[in-house]
Write a protein that binds this ligand. Structure first.
Ligand SMILES: C[S@@+](CC[C@H](N)C(=O)[O-])C[C@H]1O[C@@H](n2cnc3c(N)ncnc32)[C@H](O)[C@@H]1O
Length: 278
């Protein structure tokens, strides 16, 4: 198969960037090349220009674009990935928001896992909130939304069946209470957890879609922004800012920050980490 020239790399990189905000720097050229090759083989494209034309044709381009996005996104995740965040949510931030909303007469908690991959983050949050159902969240409606651009991982999320690797950080208490282990070793998530979460396809770079993601008390966008350049990060984070309730909290991944990306959020520290508030 033909080598990816610098010109073709830039053409395809810019195309991808304009669709979803993911930016492939020059150091990622070989990664992109290997992923493009898989798709080119699948559609029998003989050159990068031919593949580009295939992505841009009206008929079938949407399907091929979805397949390409499925190839180029990194979907690494697991249950209970960031324990200090979960502890802060459970012990400090949730009680604060419940007290605040309770006073206003609202009894609904809305949580968004943006870039939810195969659902582990959204379901972890569901389990943590379910634990509060008998006391703090008694008679409260819990709505958790997981969104991703990758259709394949969204389908896995909806299925709710996981392997040993996905649950490797899950405390025994949660594993026993909210999973059923099949003979083959697969972990089947309890229906009561699945019921709290809905998954949908949202491209975080799509302004029209983002305008509809409203009124969240907690937004988690962990280990997603690392794939974007500064301009696309700023655009997406501005949407999160607008879509968060005035008293809500916005979380990024353990090694991420909004430094240089957004100066409207303020940092709130907790043991082992930090979060953002308007
Ligand atoms: C590394 S995973 C993070 C999963 C989870 N948030 C966590 O921290 O474990 C990043 C996810 O972001 C998704 N993603 C990347 N670009 C996106 C975009 N423009 N819109 C929506 N999701 C996107 C990828 O498909 C992938 O599933």
């Amino acid at each position: 198969m033909v080598q990816l020239s610098d010109k073709d790399f830039e053409m395809l990189r810019d195309f991808i960037y304009n669709i979803c905000g993911i930016y492939f720097s020059n150091s990622k050229k070989y990664f992109l090349e290997s992923r493009l090759k898989r798709r080119m083989e699948a559609v029998a494209a003989q050159s990068y220009q031919e593949y580009y034309a295939c992505l841009k044709t009206v008929n079938g381009s949407a399907t091929e674009l979805k397949r390409l996005l499925d190839e180029i996104t990194t979907n690494e995740t697991c249950f209970f990935r960031n324990v200090p965040q979960l502890n802060a949510l459970e012990q400090l931030l949730l009680p604060e928001i419940v007290a605040h909303k309770g006073k206003l007469g609202f009894r609904k908690i809305r949580v968004w896992s943006a870039g939810s991959s195969s659902g582990e983050e959204a379901y972890t949050l569901a389990m943590v909130l379910l634990e509060k159902r008998t006391a703090l969240l008694k008679d409260w409606i819990i709505e958790i939304v997981g969104t991703d651009i990758n259709e394949t991982v969204l389908a896995l999320a909806k299925e709710g069946v996981y392997n040993e690797y996905a649950v490797r950080n899950t405390p025994d208490y949660y594993l026993r209470k909210y999973f059923r282990q099949e003979e083959g070793g697969r972990y089947i998530l309890a229906p009561e957890v699945k019921k709290l979460v809905s998954f949908s396809h949202v491209n975080l770079y799509d302004d029209n879609k983002m305008l509809f993601m409203k009124s969240f008390d907690f937004i988690f966008c962990a280990n997603v922004l690392i794939y974007f350049d500064l301009a696309s990060k700023s655009k997406i984070v501005q949407h999160f800012y607008n879509n968060l309730q005035p008293y809500g909290y916005f979380f990024v991944g353990q090694s991420e920050s909004l430094h240089g990306v957004n100066d409207q959020f303020r940092t709130v520290h907790f043991p082992g980490g930090f979060t953002y508030k308007k």
